[in-house]
Design a protein around this ligand. Structure first.
Ligand code: CA
Length: 232
């Protein structure tokens, strides 16, 4: 099997080396860029399987890099942020990043999250072929989701969350359950990332089919469920 390629966009050489050593130990191939411009160039040219993106970069800001990459492809993106950059993390998730890790991170956690995100991206292949709920249709073979016949442009995590919810309309899932089902593992403390993904999904569903019969409902104190109007 070909090695998965991880593009690391990070200006601190020491951190790049740390990431490289660990990811290579686990069988990944690492390519690196020291600034956003080079990162975008390498992403286009090398088509990596995943991007580890530092938010605090010289030149083009990490958030702009995230947005550029996401506009061009559904490539999984993990943001690397400092502890005090909560606002940035939320913006990043809204821009379609799949996950984030905070500095200083343990190399093991970093590897675990890379594996989880990659596994999730590849697991979307090979389960049920299609799911329909109301005017939403998810095609797993084509990796496409449509609402009211309009194609939704979703990040891998958004696609995963919508898939889980729409396969069981009316069933309530906690944030931790969603993370677990979508990523294969759930980390306490990261539940709130689900809120950002759900916010994106709601906007995209509403934009695709205004007044759609499908929506993601919040169940206070518990989590989320998928609802189709007129269906209990
Ligand atoms: Ca940096």
């Amino acid at each position: 099997m070909a090695k998965s390629v991880v593009l690391v966009i990070e200006d601190e050489a020491k951190i790049v080396e740390l990431i490289r050593v660990y990811l290579e130990r686990y069988g990944y191939k690492v390519i690196a860029a020291a600034d956003g411009q080079e990162g975008v160039r390498l992403a286009r040219q090398q088509q990596p399987d995943l991007v580890l993106l530092d938010l605090n970069l010289p030149g083009i800001d990490g958030l702009d890099v995230c947005k550029t990459l996401r506009d061009e492809s559904p490539i999984p993106i993990i943001m690397v942020t400092a502890r005090d950059e909560l606002e940035d993390r939320l913006v990043g998730l809204e821009m379609g990043a799949d996950d984030y890790i905070t500095k200083p991170f343990s190399p093991r956690e970093m590897v675990a999250r890379v594996r989880a995100v990659l596994r999730r991206a590849s697991r979307d292949v090979g389960k049920k072929e299609k799911v329909s709920a109301g005017n939403l249709c998810i095609d797993f073979v084509r990796h496409e989701a449509r609402c009211g016949n309009k194609m939704l442009s979703l990040s891998p995590t958004e696609f995963g969350i919508l898939s889980v919810l729409a396969q069981n309309p009316g069933r309530v899932y906690s944030r931790l359950q969603l993370l677990d089902l979508v990523q294969g593992e759930a980390y306490e403390g990261y539940e709130r990332t689900v809120d950002a993904h759900v916010k994106n999904l709601r906007q995209k569903l509403a934009a695709a089919a205004p007044g759609s019969v499908c929506h993601i409902a919040t169940v206070r104190g518990v989590g989320y469920k998928f609802e189709v109007d007129g269906v209990e």
